[in-house]
Ligand binder design. Structure first.
Ligand code: LRH
Ligand code: MN
Length: 424
């Protein structure tokens, strides 16, 4: 389903006056509003191909209907989100959930929807029906070299798919680990995994990156072989300059200080990027900013400081991706909410007066330092984020437009209510 620009224009016209009022008010309050709006226009967040349907949990799945049943329909849905928010101009594929049968045709379709391909993701955490050897006891860590070779070959195949689509990075998340004390020789598991990743690393084109994603637990519940940022960084340092650490916000032990982890990975030049989501307990994969919006702001506060200190291009030099799963919300609405929350946190971080903050820190003026951050966090940036969308040709209120045009109903009429999207 394609969204036409005239409908967006007409919809925006009905909201323009109140928007302009809020924008003028915000511009009076936020001195660098124009610079922030430009940064927001350039900022794109990739949508995961595995989060366009209803995920569900082991206890149940409640489909909303009209789900994309093919990769082509998934690209249409991401194109739809991008047409409305002009901030989701990339899709991240998961192999084999989304193998492009005709890469050239898929690339052409993506271009028609103004989309590019972000990181491609390998999958050695499930056994495929035609698979020879099982990953029950792990993949790259496995005690059997034949299983490790099978997993290495899969990752190299994923790189090949990515090259055909114009992707420039491979994300490796390993469910490898153990469920019981005594089950695993931790050192052998690390060494097997490193040796295997070195073979995958050797297959990377020169201009590619490898994103090493860590996770504290699940589906293994005693140890994970890439269990935290330290272990991921150990691998990335031993692998080489193309390997970096990917931070999935839901992959930490409770109360971990993720913004501190981010600041140190940036200091080392080893931060790959993000899988944005939110959680209250574990890897809940909820809407970004829905549970801990202040943490999301604090992470962007460290990102802006670190990127500026390193002279990085905010939009291009890190991987910005969502990784969420939708149990009760319309997947497209959930994703548009996540993008909005991320853009708001970024805008607030861009409004922080860095010099003033460093001065307060140097003076150990804790109260002023905290106030500088909380004032930025308590500043309503919604008009700037909306203005960035508006200038880029998007909808002032994407979900408002999505509902007014009954997009989900149209998708159900087009696809039926029984289609199931591959993925989580
Ligand atoms: C693991 C993870 C990883 C993906 C998967 C879909 O929890 O975050 O990034 O491969 O979700
Ligand atoms: Mn993830």
């Amino acid at each position: 389903m394609k969204i036409n620009k005239e409908d967006i224009q007409e919809f925006n016209d009905s909201l323009l006056e109140p928007h302009q009022e809020k924008l003028n008010f915000t511009k009076r309050e936020v001195t660098n509003s124009e610079a922030i709006i430009q940064k927001l226009v350039d900022f794109q967040i990739a949508i995961p191909s595995w989060a366009l349907g209803t995920g569900g949990t082991r206890f149940g799945r409640f489909s909303g209907g009209g789900e994309p049943a093919t990769l082509e329909q998934k690209i249409e849905d991401v194109g739809l989100i991008h047409a409305l928010n002009q901030a989701s101009g990339a899709i991240s594929l998961h192999i084999p959930w989304d193998i492009p049968k005709d890469a050239a045709a898929i690339k052409q379709l993506a271009t028609e929807h103004n989309l590019v391909f972000d990181a491609v993701n390998s999958n050695t955490f499930q056994d495929q029906k035609d698979q020879e050897l099982s990953y029950k006891f792990g993949s790259l860590q496995h005690t059997d070299p034949a299983v490790r070779k099978q997993a290495v070959d899969h990752n190299i195949e994923v790189i090949k798919h990515g090259i055909e689509l114009g992707s420039k990075s491979l994300t490796v998340w390993l469910s490898d680990g153990s469920n019981f004390p005594g089950q695993l020789n931790f050192r052998k598991a690390f060494e097997n995994t490193l040796e295997s990743l070195q073979q995958v690393y050797a297959a990377l084109p020169d201009d590619w990156k490898m994103f090493v994603e860590y996770k504290a637990f699940e589906p293994n519940f005693y140890s994970m072989t890439v269990g935290d940022w330290g272990q991921s960084l150990l691998f990335a340092n031993k692998l080489g300059p193309k390997a970096k650490t990917l931070v999935d916000l839901g992959h930490h032990l409770p109360n971990a200080n993720i913004e501190q982890i981010v600041s140190l990975l940036m200091m080392e030049g080893k931060l790959a990027g993000f899988h944005f989501n939110d959680s209250k307990y574990s890897d809940d994969d909820l809407t970004a900013g829905s549970i801990k919006p202040y943490q999301l702001f604090l992470i962007f506060n460290e990102l802006v400081a670190g990127m500026d200190a390193a002279g990085m291009n905010h939009a291009k030099d890190l991987g910005w991706m969502i990784d969420a799963s939708h149990n009760i919300k319309d997947p497209l609405e959930d994703l548009m909410q996540s993008v909005e929350a991320i853009m708001l946190a970024y805008a607030q971080a861009l409004a922080v007066d860095r010099a003033e903050l460093e001065e307060a820190r140097d003076d150990n003026d804790v109260v002023t330092a905290q106030n500088i951050l909380q004032n930025a966090f308590r500043t309503d940036m919604r008009a700037l984020v909306a203005e960035a969308r508006f200038r880029a040709g998007g909808a002032l209120n994407p979900i408002g437009f999505y509902r007014k045009m009954d997009v989900r109903d149209k998708l159900i009429r087009e696809r039926g209510s029984a289609t199931v999207a591959t993925g989580l």
